[in-house]
Design a protein around this ligand. Structure first.
Ligand code: AMP
Ligand code: MG
Length: 336
């Protein structure tokens, strides 16, 4: 199949909507990462997403809406905390898990009776949904397991020839996926950290619990509240290790390594003698989030056997950065 390149202007948006309405799959920009969209009402279109990405069969998709009036087509119940959070945050990098509405294709939620829903802040994304007139299910537009795509070039590198079109727009503003909060569990549960921080949510959900899988590997046989969180994910082919250490300990450790590179903060660079890639300033969780996936994508080009990543602080969006990195490292964390 030939993958069409569409612009993010009116013509491109209309063309994308036409493909989506007729059962095709289109990569679209969002402020979190690029998404691979299909009609949330169309089982056959949803299955095309799973095939193109090689996505594990049990991992449900997030449904995207452009307007609050669309929510009744997605969720069976939208009241209380759901409505309060939506009004406070949307459009934003916040996904709410709610009771599933009847119209949503079963293939979207992979057998669960719940549905994950979000209104993206990216203007182009909302225009595409609006023009299509249908809620769009969209996971990240990458091959499953590889680092998520934060630019249309990343999408093309992974999915050229496997999807109908890509809407070519700017790089994703946040650079990592949405925060997923389940409101069907009591108390409410943070299933995946992301662009909206726990600190922001606690104001509305004082009893919010952070799922164990956010910061740790699930034990064998343990059931994942969010199926996507149990997989190794976001990984380059090069072996990744996450290193939690103070300055000197980190420098001494990586400088003793052969055939290896370090992913570190800007301030670390002058102290490291092996190859380095920087993912932002030490204190800037936003910079780190925005740079992370692009940096992970460039690791394989370095020609080294191993890469050691300096762990971020788990504060603010840093919690989400840490969550992606432990998965990229296959849970191999070195504490010095
Ligand atoms: P992705 O679209 O690749 O960013 O992944 C979506 C994330 O949301 C995955 O971690 C899914 O497991 C999670 N998710 C989607 N729908 C549900 C749901 N109904 N219940 C719990 N987690 C969900
Ligand atoms: Mg993904």
């Amino acid at each position: 199949m030939q993958t069409k390149r569409l612009k993010d202007d009116k013509n491109g948006i209309v063309a994308a909507a036409k493909i989506l309405k007729s059962g095709g799959i289109v990569a679209i920009p969002t402020e979190t990462v690029y998404g691979l969209a299909a009609s949330a009402f169309d089982d056959a279109a949803i299955e095309k997403i799973f095939a193109a990405k090689g996505r594990p069969q049990d991992n449900p998709l997030i449904v995207h809406i452009s307007d609050l009036s669309m929510i009744e087509q997605v969720a069976a119940d939208f009241s209380g905390k759901a409505e309060e959070l939506a009004k406070a945050f949307w459009p934003a990098a916040l996904t709410l898990v709610l009771k599933k509405g009847k119209k949503i294709a079963n293939s979207v939620s992979r057998g669960l009776d719940t549905v994950a829903v979000r209104m993206p802040n990216c203007e182009v994304a909302r225009q595409i949904i609006n023009e299509t007139g249908i809620p769009l299910a969209a996971p990240s537009a990458n091959i499953s397991g590889s680092p998520s795509p934060t630019s249309y070039e990343h999408v093309i590198a992974d999915l050229d020839g496997k999807i109908d079109a890509v809407v070519c727009s700017v790089s994703s503003e946040i650079g990592l996926e949405s925060t997923v909060v389940s409101l069907v569990s009591n108390p409410p549960r943070l299933l995946r950290p992301g662009g909206i921080t726990p600190e922001q949510l606690l104001e509305y959900l004082p009893d919010l619990e952070i799922d164990k899988a956010v910061l740790e590997e699930l034990e064998k046989g343990q059931k994942a509240a969010s199926p996507g969180m149990k997989y190794r994910h976001y990984s380059p082919k090069t072996e990744v290790f996450l290193v939690e250490a103070e300055d000197e300990a980190f420098y001494n450790f990586v400088n003793s390594k052969k055939n290896a590179a370090a992913i570190c903060f800007l301030e670390d660079e002058d102290n490291i003698i092996i190859k380095t890639l920087c993912y932002g300033k030490k204190g800037s969780d936003k910079e780190q989030a925005k740079a992370l996936f692009s940096i992970l994508r460039s690791v394989d080009g370095l020609g080294v056997g191993e890469v050691y990543v300096r762990a971020p602080e788990k504060k603010g969006i840093g919690l989400a950065v840490y969550n992606r990195l432990i998965r990229a490292a296959g849970f191999k964390v070195i504490r010095l």
